[in-house]
Ligand binder design. Structure first.
Ligand code: EPZ
Length: 434
């Protein structure tokens, strides 16, 4: 079993190049199903989530060609609405975008209920509300989502989202791109990757306005043509390196970013005494000798991103004093705190609120990655802890961070990917002792 082994206590120093945004890429790949032609997509992150979605598209008949490590050509001219690899769909949250894409392209869709990180209930009722409003009949049965239009087409309509949902906003944009007539999404999410999806579709001939605001208008078009598009840099990957640099007291230039997307993270880091300087496409971080406490509440964009909550909690665990982290998006996103406690962190969790008694030194320990961003938080804690930390379940981390070990080692971290022999089944040992 592969694990990360980290010997902590080294300041991160140097430069790191940020890859394409995972949460844009996992929507843009399914959206390519709508395009009658070749999409050349640049700055594609090399992560397992994108690998899985490209495999699913190939199984649907798309031609996928890797031009270089971060450029992929997808040709969906000859795709068919066949049975996709459901075992892959079940593994990722973003498989829900296949509902909108297959409905938009074929007028029918059969997918599994989405998988993804487990932090509380993650329904898709707003996705279903959107597809139904566009004229599809949607049924959830035996773990599958069945959707079908009455006349082979979706029809534009006005949709008010009961909850600000990134996925539902993007899924409806995808489904509405080829619908007949105009669709208006109200109370839409405003994340940068939503704007990126809209820009991708518009570069292929769609007519989408207002992405990035709470009202998105989509005028359905007859067809989409091929083209070339470059995915934006990953806001959360950038934030993860910014926080790791600050937490280790290091000095790092985070390159290939859009500073405006990082403003909420930069503002919070400055409150801890961290130096943050913004340049055109990079951000310079210099860690404070003594981190200051602060309070954080996660909110939809442009608020502090929920995906940055776990790494930020690690930073606050190192800051002298009491900090409060409030999770404003999910019901149960503090599972990883138990793992942090094994390293000496003093954190009390009550529902959506974590009270962090910071300033206690962290010590290395064997820990688990509970999910993608929790895993990044455990690595960040390991970088700051004295002694050795071994992080298990790293497959979660590899879903969303390209070349995580390589990029951290280039910054001076003592981290290695180590293959541990499978441990014998403990049950035998218990029987032997008994
Ligand atoms: C996307 O998840 C991201 N995943 C998540 O990133 C991110 O945490 C989240 O947006 C918020 O920014 C992808 O883009 C693949 P939501 P999504 O719909 O779309 C509730 C990562 O680490 N809700 O904005 O699932 C939901 O339960 C991952 O990269 C409904 O009630 O998030 C949550 O409380 C983790 N009904 C809130 O809305 C719905 O139909 C926001 O969820 C949909 C969502």
């Amino acid at each position: 079993m592969e694990k990360y082994v980290i010997n902590g206590g080294k300041k991160l120093q140097g430069e790191v190049e940020i890859s394409g945004a995972k949460n844009a890429a996992v929507a843009i790949i399914p959206a390519a199903l709508l395009v009658d032609g070749v999409c050349c997509i640049e700055n594609m992150p090399q992560i397992s989530d994108t690998d899985m979605l490209l495999t699913i598209l190939k199984d649907l008949g798309a031609k996928v060609r890797l031009i270089n490590k971060s450029t992929v050509e997808i040709d969906c001219t000859d795709v068919h609405n066949g049975d996709a690899p459901y075992d892959l769909m079940r593994k990722i949250r973003a498989s829900y975008y296949l509902i909108g894409a297959m409905l938009g392209r074929f007028g029918a869709a059969k997918t599994t209920m989405p998988g993804g990180c487990n932090f509380g209930v993650r329904p898709i009722d707003q996705h279903i509300k959107g597809m139904t409003a566009l004229g599809a009949e949607v049924e959830v049965k035996n773990g599958f989502v069945y959707a079908e239009t009455r006349d082979g087409k979706l029809h534009g309509t006005r949709i008010y989202l009961d909850k600000v949902s990134v996925g539902a906003t993007m899924n409806i944009i995808i489904a509405a791109a080829l619908a007949q007539g105009r669709t208006i999404i109200e109370n839409a999410a405003r994340e940068p990757h939503i704007v990126d999806l809209a820009n991708f579709l518009n570069s292929m001939g769609a007519d989408i306005r207002g992405a990035g605001t709470d009202t998105v208008k989509i005028n359905g078009v007859e067809k989409l043509h091929g083209g070339t598009y470059a995915i934006i840099p990953d806001q959360i990957e950038a934030g993860t390196y910014m926080v790791a640099a600050a937490a280790t007291g290091g000095e790092v230039l985070v390159k290939n970013v859009i500073p405006r997307h990082l403003e909420c993270i930069s503002a919070k880091l400055r409150e801890t005494g961290t130096i943050v300087q913004e340049y055109g496409d990079s951000v310079y971080i210099k860690g404070a000798s003594n981190l200051r406490r602060t309070n954080v509440k996660t909110l939809p964009y442009p608020g502090f991103p929920t995906d940055m909550q776990p790494p930020m909690c690690v930073l606050l665990a190192l800051a002298e004093g009491t900090s409060v982290m409030t999770e404003g998006v999910y019901d149960d996103r503090f599972k990883y705190v138990n793992e942090l406690r094994k390293m000496g962190a003093e954190v009390t969790v009550d529902g959506r609120v974590a009270v962090i008694e910071g300033g206690k030194p962290l010590t290395g320990a064997p820990v688990h990655a509970c999910d993608l961003r929790a895993g990044a938080a455990m690595v960040t804690a390991g970088l700051c802890a004295s002694g050795t930390t071994v992080v298990e379940d790293i497959h979660f981390i590899e879903r969303g961070y390209e070349n995580f070990v390589g990029k951290l080692r280039a910054l001076g971290a003592d981290i290695s990917l180590v293959n541990f022999p499978e441990e014998p089944d403990n049950a035998d040992k218990v029987i032997a002792i008994g």
